[in-house]
Design a protein around this ligand. Structure first.
Ligand SMILES: NC(=O)C[C@H](N)C(=O)O
Length: 333
């Protein structure tokens, strides 16, 4: 322990960064979530040069199995730790498949300006040139840095720093998979030091109106994906199971197929909040563009991906069912 260094807590949740393969050349077909947090820390002795590190195993899962309940537990732990004067920053080791979703959820509910950095890896810990150790080193250095304070929840892999709201996984297996394609990533990690060039302008962390401290569950919201020949089965099933919100991952600028639209309109009449988003991955879903949202009383996702729109809609529904208010939130966060 070096009193001059920041105290960074590593919260381990599993994923490939904690995965093991049969051989050193196994980079797919490995088992995720095997190695514990103490082993992750021990594998990178250089961490002690940049921070005093302590570890906690919060879950041990592959991130495709992440649930709302995991998020609530994780957010509460993060908020408790960051309220402690002796904690300077948090690193969360996480599977990459839903890493961007956990990052955005935390971006909306963490009540602190202290850095929170999500990190993972694409190769298991046993692989030649595993990317986990260097990613973990950079994440810890970033979480302990003054530069990362107030920047919102960050995602740092492959020497690049991204904002939680905008980053997405873009390649199924490559180590160079996390991208903020059009808006651009925030900066680089270079020799364990952050170099920031931009910041996300949407409200986050300490500035948000969302509070999960008293919540044990989140409102039921699902994503209905659109494609040629789509029918109403998904929307109907979501309504039947009692969803209070549906995010429509529409084609193009969030367009509504002739067959699906009546089901969404009927769902809205029953009180379900409908958010029009797009499966395209880039660009703004324009309000009153592909549909008359004012008339239908729908909300548009702005630039959020369907999976992130689901998160904001769940949190919005913990505060209000007023569509004007919810639309304001989609233009704020
Ligand atoms: N690279 C990874 O971490 C993928 C893994 N399926 C996970 O998300 O847990």
């Amino acid at each position: 322990q070096d009193a001059k260094l920041p105290h960074v807590v590593i919260l381990a949740t599993g994923g490939t960064i904690a995965g093991t393969g049969a051989t050193s050349t196994t980079t797919v077909g490995y088992t995720a979530a095997k190695v514990g947090v103490e082993s992750l820390i021990k594998a990178v002795p250089e961490l002690s040069n940049v921070a005093n590190v302590t570890g906690e195993q919060v879950f041990q899962i592959a991130s495709e199995s992440m649930t709302n309940e995991h998020w609530l537990a994780l957010a509460k732990r993060v908020n408790t730790l960051l309220a402690q004067a002796d904690v300077d920053g948090i690193v969360i080791t996480h599977g990459t498949d839903t890493l961007e979703e956990t990052a955005y959820f935390l971006d909306l509910v963490v009540k602190s300006n202290k850095p929170v950095v999500l990190v993972g890896s694409m190769r298991p810990s046993t692989a030649i040139s595993a990317d986990g150790p260097i990613n973990l080193y950079n994440a810890v250095a970033l979480a302990g840095s003054k530069e990362a304070v107030g920047k919102g929840v960050l995602v740092a892999l492959n020497d690049q720093i991204n904002a939680a709201r905008e980053v997405t996984k873009t390649n199924t297996v490559s180590t160079d998979t996390f991208k903020t394609t059009e808006l651009g990533f925030l900066g680089y990690m270079l020799d364990g030091k952050p170099r920031f060039y931009r910041a996300s302008l949407r409200k986050h962390t300490a500035e948000t109106e969302f509070d999960v401290s008293g919540l044990n569950a989140l409102p039921a919201v699902d994503v209905a994906y659109s494609y040629a020949n789509v029918g109403t089965a998904a929307v109907d099933a979501f309504v039947a199971q009692g969803d209070v919100g549906i995010v429509h991952a529409g084609t193009g600028d969030g367009s509504l197929p002739a067959r699906t639209k009546p089901a969404l309109v009927a769902a809205r009449k029953k009180g379900v909040i409908i958010v029009r988003s797009s499966r395209v991955g880039q660009g703004i879903v324009a309000r009153n563009g592909e549909a008359n949202d004012d008339e239908l009383d729908f909300v548009v996702s702005d630039t959020l991906s369907p999976q992130k729109a689901r998160i904001l809609l769940m949190l919005a529904l913990t505060r209000t069912h007023d569509t004007k208010e919810i639309q304001r939130m989609f233009y704020t966060y």
